[in-house]
Design a protein around this ligand. Structure first.
Ligand code: 23J
Ligand code: MN
Length: 273
């Protein structure tokens, strides 16, 4: 094996690197987005046994699943939005796989979102983050850490009030900055979609979808465990199913994270000179 890959495997074996699962469990209880009633809705997931070591298959167990492409932890391809419909390589099956792996930039707005569930990330927040952590590199996955995935019930997670859902997202100008000036690979969020809950009322509606997908960028929704990632230094692998003409797909999102060295090991090294 090439030394570089051997070192990767050794680092995973010894705990110098760790894999963090950024994925929600996927099942019939997985919450799906609710849209205004004039639009078709996404079905929740259903799962039905084909056979389970029984007369339908004496030695095997398997299921049939049915679900919308945008269910649970999922990927948004550029063709998902009308703004991205004519771009090259805009579907799940045509996206070059190199684009599915990239450095993570994690912007923590947990405190702001705790005070305001309709919080929108502004360019000023990105500027403040970059002052501390450096410029967001081309090809980065920008992950918005809101704490939203700690909302365990569907009711709290979707947070639908009399006037529709309330959850955080991006201001249009921030999506433009990330897509056009930083040339990110995409954005990832802990909420059910990459736009804020109230974004159906924004101009244009769902501006993060419109901007990101119009620029050929991707989305990741319903992520969790972002609090286990450092602001920079992790690598995200987000590979959707290769659905022909697919607009998106449920997927397993993994992050490779450098493990902060235990204080004890560091002290021993320091003592040893
Ligand atoms: C369709 C319409 C609006 C939205 C969405 C889908 C999503 O969030 C999605 O899953 O892409 S906001
Ligand atoms: Mn989606």
């Amino acid at each position: 094996m090439p030394a570089l890959l051997a070192e990767l495997i050794d680092a995973l074996d010894t705990g110098r690197l760790r894999i963090v699962d950024l994925t929600q469990p996927l099942g019939p209880d997985t919450p799906v987005i609710g849209l205004p009633t004039q639009f078709a809705s996404s079905p929740g997931m259903s799962i039905e046994v084909i056979s389970r070591y029984d007369q339908n298959g004496p030695a095997w167990y398997w299921n049939t699943i049915r679900l919308g492409e945008h269910t649970g932890t999922h990927f948004d391809a550029p063709v998902h939005w009308i703004t991205g419909k004519d771009l090259p390589d805009n579907t799940c099956e045509t996206i070059p796989v190199r684009r599915l792996v990239g450095p993570a930039c994690v912007i923590d707005v947990t405190v702001e979102v705790a005070k305001n569930p309709d919080f929108l990330l502004m360019p000023e927040h990105v500027a403040a983050w970059e002052k501390q952590h450096g410029t967001i590199p081309r090809g980065a996955w920008v992950l918005l850490r809101t704490g939203w995935s700690k909302r365990n019930s569907a009711r709290e997670f979707l947070n639908v009030l009399g006037d529709g859902p309330h959850s955080p997202g991006f201001h249009k100008s921030t999506s433009e900055l990330l897509a056009r000036e930083r040339d990110v690979t995409g954005v990832g969020v802990e909420t059910v979609g990459t736009d804020a809950g109230q974004a159906g009322r924004f101009d244009p509606p769902f501006p993060n979808h419109a901007t990101m997908h119009g620029a050929g960028k991707f989305g990741l929704a319903s992520l969790r465990n972002l609090d286990e990632l450092p602001p920079t230094g992790a690598v995200v692998i987000a590979a959707p199913l290769k659905i022909v003409n697919g607009s998106g797909s449920p997927l397993r999102v993994l992050a490779i994270v450098p493990e902060r060295r235990k204080a004890r090991a560091r002290a021993a090294d320091d003592a040893g000179g």
